[in-house]
Design a protein around this ligand. Structure first.
Ligand SMILES: [Zn+2]
Length: 135
């Protein structure tokens, strides 16, 4: 397939995380915002997002959005545990899991309880598994 210059610009462009505008001229704005739902591949301990915006106003809106979102440690730990489980071919012992995540057993237990609470909340929500009458 033959490519042209506009295809390359599209590949090199960024999208504003707030409004979705394509930024082709390198004028995007970045800032680091706390986000426990994000685990970077380079450092699974981080929970920071690097929002990208077309303007200072949209960057401020994004940062405000992430700042208002509750930072739940257990959510960040769940990501670290999921990463450890993804990177193994077999079962992990408790020591394997603590070594791979940097978490202690109490943190892992708090994370497990948090995940169960999320599953229960999801199942109990309208349209969730608990409301499915086809069983
Ligand atoms: Zn924007």
């Amino acid at each position: 397939m033959k490519s042209n210059i506009s295809d390359k610009r599209e590949l090199l462009s960024e999208r504003c995380d707030w409004c979705g505008a394509v930024i082709r001229d390198g004028s995007e704005h970045y800032s680091l915002a706390p986000d426990p739902s994000l685990i970077l591949s380079s450092d699974p301990r981080l929970g920071d997002r690097l929002p990208n915006a077309c303007s200072k106003e949209h960057l401020a809106a994004l940062y405000d959005h992430y700042r208002r979102r509750p930072f739940v440690q257990e959510e960040l730990w769940a990501g670290r545990i999921a990463r450890a489980l993804e990177n193994t071919t077999g079962e992990l012992t408790a020591k394997d899991l603590t070594d791979a995540t940097g978490l202690n057993l109490e943190q892992i237990e708090r994370c497990r309880a948090w995940l169960e609470a999320q599953l229960y909340r999801h199942a109990a929500a309208p349209g969730g598994a608990a409301s499915d009458t086809r069983r």
